[in-house]
Design a protein around this ligand. Structure first.
Ligand code: JE8
Length: 250
């Protein structure tokens, strides 16, 4: 998979050099290219913004730098293979970014991110590229950030960990929250490791029992309890029949 990011803060994407994404890049599983939008400005001040038509607060990012930047990035054609790019536009007015959408994006060969700043990008840029490729306007949550770069980090990590070979078996995303199956749409339960006693706090006996069926049932019950407490909205989306089937397997 290839990821391109066009931004006025390229250094904001430095975390893509470390940890899971950094390792995937080093192994050649991920090709990440970060571009400074100001490289496509030609005035003395490297201007990327201007006042909004119709008035209002803040500034709007100009069409020309974005158009020149995206044309340049897309011209690569990704070795002119059958690599259809998709544009990923972080915005508070976008569709919620979910695990389901992460799975959908992880199946695409090429993602081009356009994290904006100020009050966003002149709408004509999105409309222009929507004539050429799929555009995903996504929001990472119901709060307002100052720009889209944090969303690029979030989406990239959520997508990269789903790519084949990026997570080792030990870190499998099989039991992820929101992954399909009996644990679908359930939050993770509590986790424990050595020492067996810490400041008078011990490990739940079932986890020391070695009885895999009981452990699996306990973990599911804990996930249900935590989901009911923190995300009751997800409870209705669970498939109770999946639990019966899972119980029969335990
Ligand atoms: C007051 N104005 C309102 C419009 C947005 C302005 C800041 N901004 C400019 C570009 C941009 C991109 C994403 C986000 C963002 N905020 N919250 C999320 N979940 C996001 C996501 N993905 C925010 C952004 C601030």
């Amino acid at each position: 998979m290839r990821l391109d990011v066009v931004t006025i803060f390229p250094e904001y994407l430095d975390p893509l050099n470390v940890s899971l994404v950094g390792k995937a890049r080093a192994r050649g599983q991920l090709d990440v290219r970060v571009h400074d939008l100001r490289a496509w400005t030609y005035d003395r001040h490297n201007t990327v913004d201007d006042t909004p038509y119709g008035g209002g607060p803040g500034m709007v990012m100009k069409t020309e730098p974005w158009g020149d930047a995206l044309d340049s990035v897309l011209a690569d054609g990704y070795e002119a293979g059958s690599h259809a790019p998709a544009l990923i536009v972080p915005t508070p007015s976008g569709r919620p970014f979910t695990q389901e959408l992460a799975v959908e994006l992880s199946e695409r060969p090429w993602l081009v991110f356009t994290p904006a700043r100020y009050e966003g990008i002149d709408r004509r840029v999105i409309d222009e590229y929507a004539t050429r490729m799929p555009v995903y306007e996504v929001s990472i949550g119901d709060y307002v950030l100052a720009g889209g770069e944090a969303a690029v980090l979030v989406v990239t990590e959520a997508v990269a960990r789903l790519l084949p070979g990026v997570l080792g078996n030990a870190e499998s995303h099989r039991d992820d929250s929101f992954a399909p199956g009996a644990m679908a749409n359930l939050l993770e339960g509590p986790v424990y490791t050595k020492p067996p006693e810490w400041r008078g706090r011990e490990i739940p006996d079932v986890l020391l029992s070695g009885h895999h069926g009981k452990i699996a049932r306990w973990r599911r019950d804990e996930a249900l309890r935590r989901t009911a407490a923190n995300r009751p909205d997800l409870i209705e989306t669970c498939d109770p029949k999946a639990f019966d089937k899972k119980d029969r397997e335990m």
